[in-house]
Design a protein around this ligand. Structure first.
Ligand SMILES: Cc1ncc(COP(=O)(O)O)c(C=O)c1O
Length: 392
């Protein structure tokens, strides 16, 4: 049978090749230190788990739930946006709960894309930003991931030269995998330019709460009038260490939220009600657990920067996210990120994410996630030091 049209447009997921090599090395008895996937290893805070277990005992919660999210959950998300960003959202028309932000993003792409629509997507970036649109029949035009003058020049070129004209722009700050951050001034300019050219903006704010400085990352919706053209995706996966729970949100422009809700109403009946109740408890609860998680990631970041640096591999220190985006050492750069990541697993027993998995402009970097404890990070540095000293 010929390969299906859609599958021909979906290369194996970013982690698949490295996972295969990792599994093979583990089967041969190697202790692999896994910095590849951004899969938080911290436990979900106890008060959230307690709310889930308490709620699940009520059989009324076992029925189908609501696709848009139960009202209490949407209200909790509105309260979070008000408290954290000073942004007022109507829980009835401007918020939809999603089964993780990845599902929400992909189904938003499906909802708003006509065949052949051009979408401006950073490169390198988290894969769903491009493949959500590719799966929906759209055409992706690469944008620089770095938020500087060149970013706006690229929008200008895209508007002048893309046929048809772009319908949407994706922004993701703090960024995965690059860890770039922006201030509100940048978003003001994005909103101004997007409005000028009638472009929708999809902002992925999955790392809103994982930052190490004193200034919290802003929301694009803080910009006056942003709701006219923008939606934003947030996630409980990193904020509350709940990756397996699959809970996120899309908020903002009413017309786009309505379109997403319509698509989702055909696809799902919402997350399991106890998960939604526990997610509301997370959003309504104290911020202490968020701070504790940030402190742990920050310590790991510092340990990684220091120990890898001493091992002979300079790690740029990120200001946010749970990732370091690291140039491949000069002598391995030519061979590319997949080859380098493969050698690190096989010869240093350290797994990293190859930059090519995030787009062709990521091929001279690898991404290291802060998902192993300090002792294991130091062990990884020792392994890498040996590898760098002996590798040809
Ligand atoms: C930038 C970005 N967006 C979205 C997601 C997906 O998060 P969720 O678990 O909410 O689907 C991730 C997960 O790594 C991410 O890095």
């Amino acid at each position: 049978m010929d390969e299906f049209h859609k599958i021909r447009r979906l290369p194996p997921y970013v982690f698949e090749p490295v996972n295969r090599i990792k599994a093979k090395a583990r089967a041969a008895g190697a202790d692999i230190i896994d910095l590849a996937m951004g899969n938080p290893d911290l436990p979900t805070p106890k008060h959230i788990v307690d709310k889930l277990t308490e709620t699940v005992l009520d059989p009324r919660t076992h029925r189908y739930s609501t696709s848009r999210g139960i009202p209490g959950l949407r209200k909790a998300q509105a309260a979070y946006y008000q408290r954290r960003f000073g942004v007022k959202l109507n829980p009835e028309t401007e918020i939809v709960a999603t089964l993780g932000s990845k599902e929400g993003f992909a189904n938003m792409a499906q909802a708003i894309t006509s065949p052949g629509d051009v979408v401006l997507v950073p490169n390198p970036t988290y894969p769903i930003h491009s493949f959500g649109f590719i799966m929906s029949g759209g055409v992706v035009r690469s944008m620089p991931a770095e938020p500087n003058e060149e970013f706006f020049r690229a929008i200008d070129r895209a508007v002048r030269h893309s046929i048809p004209k772009p319908i949407a722009l994706i922004v993701n700050y703090p960024s995965n995998p690059t860890a770039y951050t922006v201030d509100l001034h940048f978003y003001k300019e994005v909103v101004r330019v997007a409005k000028q050219h009638n472009i929708m903006v999809l902002s992925d704010l999955a790392y809103a709460e994982i930052y190490f400085g004193t200034t919290p990352p802003p929301s694009i919706l803080e910009v006056d009038g942003a709701k006219d053209i923008a939606v934003e995706f947030t996630s409980l996966s990193k904020t509350f260490s709940m990756p397996g729970w699959r809970m996120g949100f899309a908020v903002g422009n009413e017309h786009m939220i309505k379109a997403l809700s319509r698509v989702k109403s055909y696809l799902d009946y919402g997350a399991f009600t106890p998960i939604q109740v526990a997610a509301a408890a997370a959003l309504n609860g104290s911020d202490n657990c968020i701070q504790e998680a940030c402190d742990i990631y920050k310590t790991r970041r510092d340990v990684m920067v220091e120990s890898f640096g001493r091992a002979g591999w300079e790690i740029p220190s990120p200001e946010a996210t749970m990732f370091a985006w690291v140039p491949i050492p000069e002598k391995f750069r030519e061979a590319g990120s997949l080859e380098f990541a493969t050698r690190l697993v096989e010869e240093a027993h350290v797994a990293v994410a190859p930059g090519i998995g995030f787009g062709e402009y990521g091929d001279d970097h690898v991404r290291l996630a802060f998902v192993e404890n300090e002792q294991r990070i130091r062990q990884a540095a020792r392994n890498i030091k040996r590898f760098l000293a002996s590798a040809q």
